[in-house]
Design a protein around this ligand. Structure first.
Ligand SMILES: [Zn+2]
Length: 110
């Protein structure tokens, strides 16, 4: 099992089984870099990919307030992870895996 940075996986439940997916951040050789975000699983209708809804706040200087924004991110889901719709998951940026996929699921958030 590959060593992931402790700061990245502190709040993540590690997978219980092994997998031989090369795109798995725990058992594969894919390199993770860039931003890590937490979002809710919206849809699991694709094979190997899930849709994650990420909500964040953006400051608007004109009104001196934050506005709520949300975006849908497609993320690769390795076979060793058990998640279902509505779960909070941590995703991390990686190289582009498909036309709309450049994130991979690290696991459920505790
Ligand atoms: Zn795995």
């Amino acid at each position: 099992m590959k060593r992931l940075p402790e700061s990245l996986i502190r709040d993540v439940v590690p997978p219980e089984r092994e997998c031989n997916d090369d795109r798995c951040p725990w058992h594969g050789s894919i390199s993770i870099r860039g931003k890590a975000t937490v979002g809710r699983v919206l849809s699991m209708k694709m094979t190997g990919t899930i849709t994650v809804l990420v909500e964040y706040l953006q400051y608007k200087p004109k009104y001196k307030r934050y506005e709520k924004r949300r975006s849908k991110i497609h993320a690769h889901l390795p076979p060793c992870m058990e998640v279902s719709e509505g779960d909070l998951v941590k995703i991390v940026e990686t190289r582009r895996l498909a036309k709309t996929v450049s994130h991979v699921v690290l696991g459920k958030v505790r």
